[in-house]
Design a protein around this ligand. Structure first.
Ligand code: ZN
Length: 347
């Protein structure tokens, strides 16, 4: 079975009030994910930039009483049961990791990324991500007893539009037997693909994307980065795939550094495009699930109309679980690819 990037164009017609009620057309496109069959719709507004939103007041006010700022973090965040983690909290560089008061599972923690209360997307460094990820890995390594039966997940809700109640940058990290519906669908479809084709879907997918040449962003030594054909975000999903790796534990120190470097460049690009919020999620398999390759997904979030707090999750997206895209993944891949090249050459 070949991998197909299926798309169907649709045209809506109406009498346009901005053209003296002339009969006008607007195009949209329906796309299908080649692995799971998940569909999404592209209404391509060329040159769309997220409407700017002013967070100055929210940032300043939240800093007055922030539980994650250096003067508070050791006083008012929870500590681990000494029987489980005797140090109470885990530290690595500026990152501090402690139990989540609103746990996602039995082993569920938060990792504050840095001392600084607020960082714009253009203001992070690869080192911040390396330290925080190593801290999360240390935690997962200690709490996961059965790596063949448990998923170790690390996520980031950056700023309120992505579901974060805290401005101060922090990851969520937890161990679970239930990886969530999105990842579960990928894992199940990937298993089926391997049973039917005798090969890993992700190997064929990277080859198909490389041949298509439309959504590839950059290729590192241990990772391939592209934009998803059917993103979850209204803007673009940037996905890093780590061939032959299943879990975060499979990443060497050099792999982790490469991932942090490209992640840092990708979010700086998004910041320059006016993005002020995003979700990031590691999508691992369990140790034994060779049909899946570890990936990192970055999904920008926004208010479509910040002056009325209009989110980008209408009924179509939230209830029908259908992506609605405004940026074409192909455009983002091209621009981000050039941005990465410039960043690598130091310009
Ligand atoms: Zn803070």
């Amino acid at each position: 079975m070949g991998i197909e990037f299926k798309r169907r164009d649709k045209v809506a017609k109406f009498l346009n009030p901005f053209k003296d009620f002339e009969l006008s057309e607007a195009k949209c496109q329906i796309r299908k994910d080649p692995l799971t069959g998940r569909t999404g719709r592209l209404a391509h507004f060329v040159g769309f930039k997220p409407p700017s939103a002013d967070f100055t007041r929210i940032i300043e006010d939240s800093e007055q009483n922030c539980p994650f700022c250096p003067e508070n973090v050791l006083k008012i965040t929870p500590k681990f049961d000494p029987g489980q983690i005797p140090e109470g909290r885990l530290k690595k560089g500026e990152s501090i990791l402690f139990p989540n008061l609103l746990p996602y599972d039995a082993n569920s923690a938060l990792a504050v990324l840095c001392k600084k209360h607020y960082r714009a997307l253009t203001d992070f460094t690869p080192g911040i991500f390396v330290d925080a990820l190593e801290n999360c890995l240390d935690y997962l390594d200690r709490v996961i007893e059965d790596k063949g039966g448990t998923y170790g997940l690390v996520t980031w809700n950056y700023m309120p539009a992505a579901g974060s109640s805290q401005v101060h940058p922090h990851f969520q990290v937890y161990a679970t037997q239930e990886p969530g519906n999105f990842l579960q669908a990928m894992l199940s479809s990937g298993r089926k693909y391997m049973q039917e084709n005798g090969r890993t879907y992700w190997e064929d997918y990277i080859k198909a994307e490389t041949d298509a040449g439309q959504r590839l962003i950059t290729q590192g030594k241990s990772s391939v980065w592209l934009t998803d054909f059917v993103p979850l975000s209204a803007l673009a999903d940037i996905v890093g795939i780590f061939p032959e790796k299943q879990t975060l534990f499979d990443l060497s120190n050099a792999d982790l550094r490469e991932a942090a470097q490209i992640l840092n460049t990708a979010i700086a690009y998004l910041g320059q495009q006016g993005v002020y919020s995003l979700n990031m999620g590691w999508m691992p398999a369990r140790e034994t699930e060779r049909h899946h390759w570890l990936q990192l997904r970055i999904s920008p979030r926004l208010y479509l109309a910040p002056h009325v707090w209009c989110t980008e999750t209408p009924s179509l997206v939230y209830q029908y679980q259908e992506s609605f895209m405004i940026w074409a993944p192909e455009d983002t891949a091209k621009e981000l690819g050039e941005f990465v090249k410039k960043a690598e050459s130091g310009h």
